[in-house]
Design a protein around this ligand. Sequence first.
Ligand code: NOJ
Length: 701
Amino acid sequence: MTESKIADLLSKMNLEEKIGQLNQYFSFGNFDAEIIRKGKAGSVINAAGALTGTGESKSSDAETCNNIQKLALDTPHGIPQLFGRDVIHGYRTIFPIPLAQSASFNPELAEQAASIAALEATATGIKWTFAPMLDIARDARWGRIAEGNGEDPFLGAQMAAAVIKGFQGDDYSAPDKLVACAKHYVGYGTAEGGRDYDAGEVSEPTLRDIYLPPFEAAVKSGVGTLMSAFLDLNGIPASGNRRLLTDVLRGEWGFDGFVVSDWDSVVELIQHGVAEDRAEAAAIALHAGVDMEMVSGSYIETLAASLQSGKVTQEDIDEAVRRILRIKLRAGLFDKPFTDPDRATRDLLRPNSRTLARQFARETMVLLKNEDDLLPLDSNFKRIAVVGPLIHARSELFGSWSPDGRAADVTPLGDALKQIAPAGVELVFADHADKATHIAQSTDAIVLVVGEYPYRSGENSNVSDLSLPPGQAELVETVAGLGKPVVLVVIAGRPLAITKQAAQVQSVLYAWQPGIEGGAALGEILFGLEAPSARLPVTFPRATGQVPIYYNQKNSGRPIRADGPFKSRYVDIPNAPLYPFGYGLTYTTFEYANLKLSSETMRGKLEISADVTNSGKRAGNELVQLYVRDLVGSLTRPVRELKGFERVVLKPGETRRVSFTLTEEALAFTRADGTKGIEPGKFNIWIAPNSQSGLQGDFKL
Ligand code: NOJ
């Protein structure tokens, strides 16, 4: 049905109309209705920008979209517009930033949050979001680490599938579902020096085994669109890479949706130095497999002439149109082109959306240190000082890419803590060191809130130094010197190298940018109404100089763990991270025992199990992780790879046997001959609380 409708439309459209579909239109304020009337755009982007994290920018609305849609339907073939916007971690109900969402290791919650984002965004006329961002990040200097799922391809793939399911549902023609866009294809996180937009280099096996899997998972989940990245990867700008955009994406994976460029990334082929002018840039991008051009207009300007001169083929143009029409048809736009203007009042910021935002925020905060069980703060602490530059934070809790959030929807952090604090506990506030020093004497404990403002991470917000922002290290030093127990809370869009500060305080809780309900969620954890359950989705470096740093590194010929003096190392700091991938504490402790493998040799699959016991005094929630190491391969293999995770909730003293099934398929990798598959040999396996410890066993394949 869809395909015959596409063929029918295609047979009736003239060249101009076809090229119009390939153009995404954005107006800087002055919307030109003629563009739509004349069929010169296939999509309208209601862009807001990455740095609008203060939550005060102009939103979309159903009425405006409907008016534009009327113009589109009045064109000869009545092809509807697809309205796109960056709905990254919530629309009006802002959820924790994507990196934090990953820390929950809870794809189901991510799915539910994306589903709420879809409900809200579609209520304002948006039918297409530029999310999820699936870029693996091994370098926290890169600001966009905040927008992705961290460093691990397995976790990244799980989150990708979940978020796409949340946005798109089983059928994204439903009025409350959105077309998703997996971005930025591909390797965007390899930008040298952590400088956004810069070039990157990655080997083919690493590209295949680390960077591509989340995108492949997205395609398997039925994602409607992908976005091509800005960067030059291995000398070929991603928006002009036919091998990756066509051979791999369409050929190997069977993707039949469309690819949109990133903002101006088609014409940037000129700056990259692979195209002489806009016509050549457009021809390269289209032929590579970029079907729609985001905003820069070179397709609409040059493709007709390029067809005449033979720079592009009719088939390249037709195929791009076909893919775009296919997604518009699947999105139900031909049948339901308009948005009910009453929906916004009903669907934005529903009470249950806030409830989910609260739960999600709570499940994303990672407890990194808790000396003498300072947390949770119990009723012995009668008067607590809450100190630091972010104690009155509202939209600062959103993080970047939250253009439709509203500061007024957020209870300021300090007020939220007050509301949660148990009766009889008094909170006193100080936003700077002098006041903190002044009030500290009369308090029993200090909660010190430091970290990053939203515009310090996200797109193009890179740092050369992963320390706390200027002045905050001094604040921690002063406050820690007051002689009171200190809980350090860090609100941030990336892992910060808080080595010194973590040593100065008793407890560290990493809250990321927790979203609209972040304050209350933080209070619930600090005062023990809830226990932390999140784990690190990225390695925490001890110093900036350690990046790129990631747990699934190669062993080298001289690993730090080997004997002898000449090892891979720094002379000034240890190699080990401050906190490893997968790490996180809670208010109880767990013990692992009795690792068992169903066989010494894997044939098809293997069962691996272990006993996990709650050895502490409170009920608790443990994330049990499964890692493997392939000891000998035709290419070198990572020292560990995550292959599974499972949560268990245990009462004090309770033991549960946790078991995983590992399949041969999960051991496949890109081999020396370039093919993907398994290789017989010896493997190590761990059931573990994080990527650096656990019970170890061995098996053969
Ligand atoms: C540029 C960003 O790289 C991309 O992630 C975003 O979706 C587009 N701008 C549209 O705003």
